[in-house]
Design a protein around this ligand. Structure first.
Ligand code: HEM
Length: 316
């Protein structure tokens, strides 16, 4: 796919069904901001190159994970639905990577600074977002809001506790990003193995004390990244984690045990800030050959929900 082309498989007509309900529910949180993504509305893009180290080749035929380096676009974002919200006020951050595949086409990995998600199914996602909206209208503070949601949706507990523990990041390039869902690697013999992906910053993880973060300008993370990349590339290691028997592949609200086998399969070098490429849609369900989606209903649903958001924002 060329950068200027529209993503494939995106509904051209007005959306209906659960994906439209999900996007409507998200819009309910902070209103409609024409032309912006319905979630992770504010963000910044970088040019990057991914250099695989060859270690994944025994486990997957994915063309971008063999030996050859590939070009990539990275978009960092704040999780808010409001593009004007200050960096400090949207605690979770996102890192979305679109790889240009060596033989043509693209594939994406979309991560966030939380290790687990707050909803187990698309239906509960819609219910939780609607509940959050109602609770906010009742002027609940952040902690009361967490209590209110977890009282009704116990599946959200781990995610919302992690959210509450998040400290303001010092830099987009000094944060760890979890791609949350399970996928399957398919090796040259056709054997499938459940895996998850994480981006680990070479520079290490660094957060700011709240008192320092409060002194920062609204867009401090974008300013910092711009300065950093003028001096040197920012580097992330791509880690793959192998699931074992009985590790759930269909539940993004539950983390796998911490002792699972983990290998670094390559490094992503971010070199410069770029304007957002036209038609950029980071679809976590857009997998390449050698990688298959798991049975996680949220992962599969994101394809249609992101398509619905893309359709709305690109026709406004
Ligand atoms: C039911 C589940 C989910 C729904 C309905 C949802 C919805 C959305 C929507 C509508 C967008 C804007 C898409 C666009 O216009 O291009 C978005 C972006 C994003 N979401 Fe989700 N999301 C879900 C789950 C997740 C999960 C589990 C993660 C964490 C890994 C995540 C991380 C992100 C990130 C990082 C972006 C920004 C992508 C970019 O930079 O283009 N989302 N989400």
């Amino acid at each position: 796919m060329k950068e200027s082309d529209s993503p494939e498989n995106i509904p051209a007509a007005a959306g209906s069904g659960l994906a439209a309900e999900a996007v409507d529910a998200i819009e309910g949180l902070s209103g409609v901001h024409p032309g912006y993504r319905r979630a992770h509305a504010g963000g910044i893009c970088c040019r990057a190159v991914f250099r695989p180290n060859g270690l994944a080749a025994a486990f997957t035929t994915a063309p971008h994970l063999q030996q050859q380096e590939t070009a990539a676009v990275v978009r960092f974002s704040g999780s808010s639905t409001d593009p004007a919200l200050a960096d400090l006020l949207s605690p979770a951050k996102g890192m979305a990577v679109r790889f240009s595949l060596p033989g043509g086409g693209t594939t994406c990995l979309v991560g966030a600074t939380l290790p687990v998600f707050f909803a187990r199914t698309p239906e509960s996602f819609v219910d939780i977002v609607r509940t959050a909206h109602k609770a906010r209208e009742g002027n609940l503070g952040p902690l009361e809001l967490i209590k209110e949601i977890t009282a009704h949706f116990s599946e959200s507990k781990e995610s919302l506790l992690s959210l509450n523990r998040l400290k303001p990041p010092a830099s987009y390039a000094e944060s760890r990003y979890y791609c949350i869902h399970a996928y399957h690697f398919i090796d040259p013999e056709g054997i499938r193995r459940p895996v998850k992906f994480e981006w680990a910053p070479d520079a290490g993880v660094r957060t700011l004390p709240l008192s320092d973060a409060r002194q920062q300008p609204d867009r401090y993370l974008e300013d910092e990244l711009e300065l950093r990349l003028k001096a040197e590339p920012a580097v992330f290691q791509l880690h793959v984690i192998f699931g074992e028997k009985d590790d759930p592949t269909d539940d993004p609200t539950t983390a796998w045990p911490g002792d699972r086998r983990r290998i670094e399969i390559g490094r992503l070098h971010l070199t410069e800030i770029i304007p957002e490429p036209a038609g950029l849609l980071m679809d976590p369900a857009a997998v390449s050959e050698g990688i298959a989606l798991s049975d996680d209903p949220i992962l599969q649903f994101r394809h249609t929900a992101y398509g619905e958001s893309f359709r709305r924002r690109s026709t406004e």
